[in-house]
Structure formats: C-alpha cells, structure tokens
Write a protein that binds this ligand. Structure first.
Ligand SMILES: NC(=O)c1ccc[n+]([C@@H]2O[C@H](COP(=O)([O-])OP(=O)(O)OC[C@H]3O[C@@H](n4cnc5c(N)ncnc54)[C@H](O)[C@@H]3O)[C@@H](O)[C@H]2O)c1
Length: 250
C-alpha cells in the first residue's frame, strides 16, 4: 500500500506508547482507532491524549500546537474495546506489552480480520520483527515492519523503521512516510535474528554495560558517571539517577 492510500491507522494498546502514537498520527491527519481491553483503560488513554503533561491541551497552552490543529485532530481519534473495529484500517501500529507470545497471537488474530492489503507494524522495543510476524500469512509478511518510537512520543522525534528480508520496498517507503508525516526522524534498521534492541536500545545497553564495569571496578561513582554524561555529552539524563521519561513515571 502506498502512503497516499493510508487514511486510517489502528493502534493496538492505548498505554504509554499507544496513546502518544495515536496523538501524533491524528495530528498528522490520519484517522485513528485505538483498541484497548476495557473501557477504563480507554478512558485513561483518552485522558492521556487530551489532558496529560504531553497531551494536546497542554501543548496548546504552552504554544507547541495551534488550537486549530488540535480541534481538527480530536474528532479523528476513536476508541474501541472490540478488535473488529480495526478490520478496515489501512495501517496497524501495535503497542501492547513487551511479550513475544502476546504480540504473535495478536498479529495472527489481526491477520484474519484486517483487510489483506493493510500494513502491520510493531512498536516493540527490540524483538526480532520476523519472530513477531511468525504466524501471519506469507502475503502479510511482505507488509510487516517494525516502527519503534521513543517515549514520550509527542516530544521525542526518533523512530526506527525495521525491515525484514520479506518486507516489500513499498511497505518500507510507506512505513517511513507515515513516521515522517507524524514528525519523526527515521532511522532504518535491518531486522537481525538473535538480537534484541535494534539500534537505539543496543547502543544504550552497551554504554550502560561499560558504565557498570567502571562502577564495579571502583573507577568512578554512579553520580560522577551521570554528571559526566549530562555535562560532557549534553545527555538529558544519565544511567543511574532519575531517568525521566522511561516507563510510566512521567
Ligand atoms: N514505555 C516505553 O518507554 C517504550 C518505549 C518504546 C517502545 N516501547 C514498547 O511499546 C510497547 C508498549 O509499551 P507501553 O509502555 O506503552 O506499555 P503499556 O503497558 O503502557 O501499554 C500497553 C497497553 O496494551 C494493552 N493491551 C494488552 N493486551 C492488549 C490487546 N490484546 N489488545 C489491545 N490492547 C492490549 C494494555 O491494556 C495496555 O493499556 C511495548 O512493546 C514496549 O516494549 C515502550
């Protein structure tokens, strides 16, 4: 499917990442359907998109978005507990918890109900994309890619696009195009069997391992390592102190 044909995006899981992904894709002009398991979870996602620290209301208050942008984006987002609500979506972004079996099961289920030409993507932090796509049909495998956003999605520009040997050129272009339209800077990454973490998380983990070796050898303290990375490399946070945006603690 070409980028111009993508009108409706289905977001699976309205948690920390799914809510942010719904927000940026609706602001980019796509219709968005968010699916989560219960009405209570959907209400939380709704509040996160509109009222939270990174939500649309505050973005207008602090001048990051225009009122008109937000009022146009709001009606584009709908919510459902029913997976069938995603059946006519052109493009799926999955953001359910980081459990390989859960993602495999969900994509197998979606493969049967979502129209055959729709593109499937996963926001996994690092599972091999071909493993996540294991149980979908061969034709869908050509439409399958990774799309790894960074938290908080409304403010972090990074998006890794991960392609497998089976991902078609057109799918790679469309996935990158959706990310770019959502305001993201795309880094292309080849799917790598037997690894975890694509580009960002692998490099960060390697640096963290080195930092731990330095601490364990008594060469420097955690505080001094954090201080050096923050003041010497302009990192917003170090390895050990308050990590700000990681996880749900925003
Ligand atoms: N939080 C981060 O900093 C971060 C950053 C990048 C990528 N990720 C990845 O994004 C994914 C989601 O992470 P998160 O932090 O948003 O998790 P989260 O726990 O905040 O949200 C996951 C949501 O998925 C829902 N869910 C579970 N099963 C579902 C199903 N069958 N259908 C629809 N919804 C379902 C849950 O109810 C929950 O609301 C994970 O793969 C994670 O590794 C997370």
């Amino acid at each position: 499917m070409k980028l111009e044909a993508v009108k409706t995006i289905g977001v699976l899981g309205g948690g920390v990442m799914g809510g942010g992904i719904a927000q940026v894709t609706a602001l980019a002009g796509f219709d968005v359907v968010v699916r989560d398991l219960t009405q209570e979870l959907i209400d939380q996602t709704h509040d996160a998109i509109f009222e939270s620290r990174w939500g649309m209301k505050r973005a207008v208050e602090i001048g990051k978005l225009e009122f008109d942008q937000v009022s146009e984006a709001i009606p584009r987002i709908s919510f459902s507990t029913d997976v069938a609500a995603l059946s006519s979506c052109d493009f799926i972004i999955e953001a359910v918890p980081e459990k390989l079996e859960l993602k495999q099961k969900i994509f197998q289920e979606l493969d049967a109900i979502v129209k055959p030409e729709a593109i499937f993507t996963s926001n996994t932090s690092g599972f091999v994309i071909a493993d996540i796509a294991r149980d979908v049909s061969d034709s869908r495998k050509t439409l399958f890619a990774g799309m790894h956003f960074s938290n908080p999605v409304p403010t972090m520009k990074m998006c890794e696009v991960i392609y497998t040997p089976e991902t078609s050129e057109e799918t790679i272009e469309t996935v990158s195009g959706v990310g770019e339209r959502a305001g993201k800077a795309i880094s292309m990454v080849q799917d790598a069997p037997g690894t975890y973490g694509f580009l960002l998380n692998r490099i960060f983990a390697a640096a963290r391992r080195e930092a731990d070796l330095i601490v364990d050898a008594g060469i420097a303290s955690e505080e001094d390592i954090d201080k050096a990375m923050i003041t010497g490399r302009n990192w917003p946070a170090g390895f050990y102190g308050d990590r700000g945006g990681i996880g749900k603690q925003w």
